[in-house]
Design a protein around this ligand. Sequence first.
Ligand code: PDD
Length: 277
Amino acid sequence: NKVLVNDQLMERQEAKVDIEDRGYQFGDGIYEVIRIYSGSMFTGKEHIDRLFESAKKIHLELPFSEEILTKKLQELMEVNQLQTGIIYLQVTRGASPRQHHFPDNDVKAVFTAYTKEVPRPEKQMTEGVTAIVADDIRWLRCDIKSLNLLGNLLAKQEAMSKGSYEAVLHRDSTVTEGSSSNIFIIKNDELRTHPATNLILNGITRREILRLCSDIGLSYKEEAFTLDEMYKADEVFMASTTAEVMPLVQVGDTVVGDRTPGKWTKELQKAFLGAIQ
Ligand code: PDD
């Protein structure tokens, strides 16, 4: 399998990262995960647009245009003959002697990308998964898809160690998002999810789901909800590029509905499948 380093396709073993790369030392960079279905990118443009937005928010100048990047990713996918999986891509502020402030303009951003086969999580989507609840201890710019993920990792690890799939994060009892997903509840035939503020990543899957709500006739509100409202919801699910529409059948100690995926969640899964085919 080939990987991309800046504009070069190469073997993974040939790819090198400088020990003073700012991504490696500070997490000073941004990333995206794009889904590949049947050999093509799903919502590729949305992901690439979001990468450019993240770059702007951290004052990082990207070394390519959207068109060139799209072409490069296309090439990578094709040489690796990827059918179902992901493209991971990241850009760091480059390599320069360690100092907190940004380096001079002659230091170029470093881009890397690779592909990975990732099956759709069909069994989990059919049966549903469980989540723990954890304090959202992250910073206040969660809208940036930054490489700094320690807050997310600590929450995910806690979930894993307790045998759960995800951690639902909250600030003072207001649910924000998952450690690597967005969170949705449905109560009395209405869907709710946190608005796209600085406190969450505005997921591409999230946007797709809100679009699909209109298609299937489910009304929705982008309005924050509390832990208590989540515990009392008819249905709860999480969503991300890799997990798609993933039912949560237990959150913390609370069983959701009858511990099986709810009717609207299943409707959304069906609509999502339609969108990716
Ligand atoms: N995670 N919120 C957070 C904190 C995330 O890390 C992600 C995605 C999402 C969902 O975004 P999207 O629908 O655009 O994938 C929300 C990716 C998949 C990851 O880090 O692997």
